[in-house]
Design a protein around this ligand. Structure first.
Ligand code: PLP
Length: 498
C-alpha cells in the first residue's frame, strides 16, 4: 500500500516514507491510496486474540512495507506489562448500560501512549528502510498529553532528537511536571508564550521553512513529526476501535455485524479519525459522536459545514481539547470527497488566508450522516464527573466526562439506543484537581498542592495513584526554557547548535 498527499496526487510514498516525513511537501497530510477491506470473519477472528495480536492484524494491512516479524517486535516492545498497568492494554469497562474504553493504562496515563509507544519503533525501522543518512529531529506541539507521551516514547532512541513545545500556563500542573522533569539525552522541552494553536502554527511554519531545512540538512538533520498529522500516529489508533468491538462481542453485548456508536472527546480530530478509518475498513459503526468542550469549532462545523477558527479561545478543564485548528479534519475531507485533492487544497488555503471555509451539499450530508456533534462547558463537565461517580462509583477525567455528557445529549435528542462505546482518554489522576473538586464539592481545597491531591483522590475513590505520577514529586526539574512564539525557530536552531 502507498500513501498520497491530501493536497495533490503527484507524490506517492511507502508507509515508511510517510512516517519518516510526517507531512507531505505540499503541506498536505499523507493518506493511504486505498482502504483495506475486512469482513465479518476477520472481526470474529479478533475475539480470542490479545491486544498485540489484534494490533498486528490491523497494522499489517496498512504498513505493508514492514515484515510481520518487524511488526511483532515493535508491538511486543510497545504493549507489555512493563509499560502498561493491565494485560488488556485497552480494557472495556462496563458502566451502567454503557461501555467505557479506557485508553490510559500506558506509561503517561493518557491515550497518546497507544500510538506513541509504537511510533518511535516504526520510525527507527523506517530510517533503515529508507536508507536515510540524516538523523531526525522530532518537533512536537502539545496541548498537554502528546508532549509527555512523545518524550517517553522517543527518549534515548538512536538517531532521533525530540523538542517539545507546550503552551506556557496552558497545561495541567501534572502535565507540566511530567514534561519538565523528562529524562533522556536527546530531549528538550520548551514553554511557548501562547496557546496550543500558536505552538502548532510555529511548528508548521518550521516544517515549511526551506531555508531552515537547508541549514538542518547541512548539519545532517531533518525534521519529522510525532503529532497526529503523522500517519504513524493514526494507524495504531485504528486498532482499539476493532479491539473494543471484539470485546463487546466477547462479553455478549452485541452480535457479529451489529452496528455500534462511538463517543469520542475530540481536539485535533486524530482519535475519532482513526475510528473513521476502522469504519471505512468495514467495522460496523453507525455513528461517531464528536464531543468538544467550549472550544466548539468542530461542533459548529459538523452542524453547519462552516469551519471558522476566528473565535474566542477558552482555557478549559479539558486542556488537551483546547484547540481551534483540528488538523486531521483535512483527512476526513479528503476521503469524504473521494480524494478530491484540489477541493481539499482550496479549503485549506481558505482556512489559512481567511480563517474559515465552508463545506456544502452532498459532502456535508455525507459527513453529517456519520458524525453527530455536541459540546459541554466546564460546568456540565464537572456535573458529569460528579453524577457518574455518585451513581455508578466510576471516576472519569474531564475529557472523558465531556464525551459522557455529549453522549447523554445525543441520547436525549435522538432516542438512539444503539450500543455505544465512550472513549476514555486520560486517567482521572492526571487532572486530579478538577476531579476532586467534582467528586468532593466544597470539601475540596486547592491549597494543599498537587501531590496531596493525588493522595486525596486515591483515598476518596479507592483507586491507586499511577506510580509514574506519584514519583513526579521527587523528580528534579530539568527543562526551564520559555520563549515567545516568534522565537521558536531561533530556539530550535540554538538547541540543535546549527
Ligand atoms: C489528545 C487528547 C484528546 C484529543 O484527541 P485528538 O486526537 O486530538 O482529537 C482528548 N483527550 C485527551 C486526554 C487527550 O490527551
Amino acid at each position: 500500500m502507498n500513501y498520497v498527499s491530501t493536497r495533490g496526487r503527484q507524490e506517492t510514498v511507502t508507509s515508511a516514507m510517510a512516517i519518516q516525513r510526517g507531512i507531505a511537501s505540499d503541506g498536505g497530510l499523507f493518506v493511504p491510496d486505498h482502504i483495506p477491506q475486512v469482513d465479518h470473519d476477520f472481526i470474529a477472528a479478533l475475539v480470542p486474540l490479545d491486544y498485540r495480536q489484534r494490533a498486528q492484524m490491523i497494522l499489517s494491512r496498512f504498513l505493508t512495507d514492514y515484515s510481520e516479524q518487524e511488526l511483532t517486535e515493535c508491538l511486543k516492545a510497545a504493549y507489555n506489562m512493563e509499560k502498561f498497568d493491565c494485560p488488556e492494554i485497552a480494557p472495556l469497562h462496563p458502566v451502567d448500560g454503557q461501555n467505557v474504553l479506557e485508553l490510559w493504562h500506558g506509561p503517561t496515563s493518557a491515550f497518546k501512549d497507544m500510538a506513541l509507544q509504537v511510533l518511535p519503533r516504526i520510525l527507527s525501522l523506517a530510517l533503515a528502510k529508507n536508507k536515510e543518512q540524516s538523523d531526525i529531529v522530532i518537533l512536537v506541539a502539545t496541548s498537554g498529553d502528546t508532549g509527555k507521551a512523545a518524550l517517553e516514547g522517543f527518549k534515548d532512541v538512536d538517531r532521533i532528537r525530540i523538542i517539545v513545545f507546550y503552551p506556557h500556563n496552558g497545561v495541567s500542573e501534572i502535565q507540566r511536571l511530567q514534561m519538565v522533569s523528562q529524562e533522556g539525552n536527546n530531549v528538550d522541552v520548551v514553554a511557548v508564550e501562547g496557546n496550543f494553536d500558536d505552538a502548532q502554527t510555529g511548528v508548521k511554519i518550521l516544517f515549511q521553512d526551506r531555508d531552515f531545512q537547508a541549514k538542518l540538512a547541512a548539519a545532517g538533520l531533518q525534521f519529522s513529526s510525532a503529532n497526529s498529522i503523522n500517519w504513524g500516529r493514526l494507524a495504531p489508533q485504528i486498532v482499539y476501535y476493532f479491539s473494543a468491538y471484539a470485546d463487546l462481542l466477547a462479553n455478549g453485548r452485541i452480535v457479529l455485524g451489529q452496528p455500534v456508536n462511538f463517543a469520542v472527546p475530540t481536539g485535533n480530530f486524530g482519535n475519532i479519525l482513526a475510528g473513521y478509518y476502522a469504519k471505512l475498513m468495514g467495522l460496523p459503526v453507525a455513528r461517531f459522536i464528536c464531543a468538544s468542550n467550549s472550544n466548539n469549532v468542530l461542533t459548529d462545523f459538523l452542524q453547519t459545514g462552516v469551519y471558522d477558527r476566528q473565535r474566542e479561545f477558552f482555557k478549559t478543564l479539558s486542556p488537551s481539547m483546547d484547540i481551534l485548528v483540528s488538523s486531521n479534519l483535512e483527512r476526513l475531507l479528503y476521503h469524504i470527497t473521494n480524494g478530491n485533492a484540489e477541493q481539499v487544497s482550496e479549503w485549506m488555503e481558505k482556512l489559512k488566508t481567511e480563517g474559515r471555509y465552508s463545506v456544502t451539499g452532498q459532502d456535508l450530508a455525507n459527513i453529517q450522516s456519520l458524525f453527530w456533534s455536541g459540546w459541554a462547558d466546564d460546568h456540565l463537565t464537572v456535573e458529569a464527573i460528579r453524577r457518574v461517580h455518585r451513581e455508578y462509583a466510576y471516576v472519569m477525567d474531564p475529557h472523558t466526562a465531556v464525551a459522557w455528557q455529549v453522549y447523554e445529549q445525543y441520547r436525549s435528542q435522538t432516542n438512539d439506543d444503539t450500543p455505544c462505546v465512550i472513549v476514555s482518554t486520560a486517567s482521572p489522576f492526571k487532572f486530579n484537581e478538577s476531579v476532586l473538586q467534582a467528586v468532593d464539592g466544597q470539601n475540596f481545597s486547592a491549597q494543599e498542592g498537587e501531590f496531596s491531591a493525588l493522595q486525596a483522590l486515591s483515598q476518596r475513590t479507592g483507586l491507586k495513584v499511577p506510580p509514574a505520577l506519584a514519583e513526579l514529586a521527587d523528580k528534579p526539574v530539568r527543562h526551564t526554557l520559555v520563549c515567545a512564539k516568534e522565537d521558536m525557530p531561533v530556539v530550535v536552531a540554538d538547541l540543535l547548535g546549527i
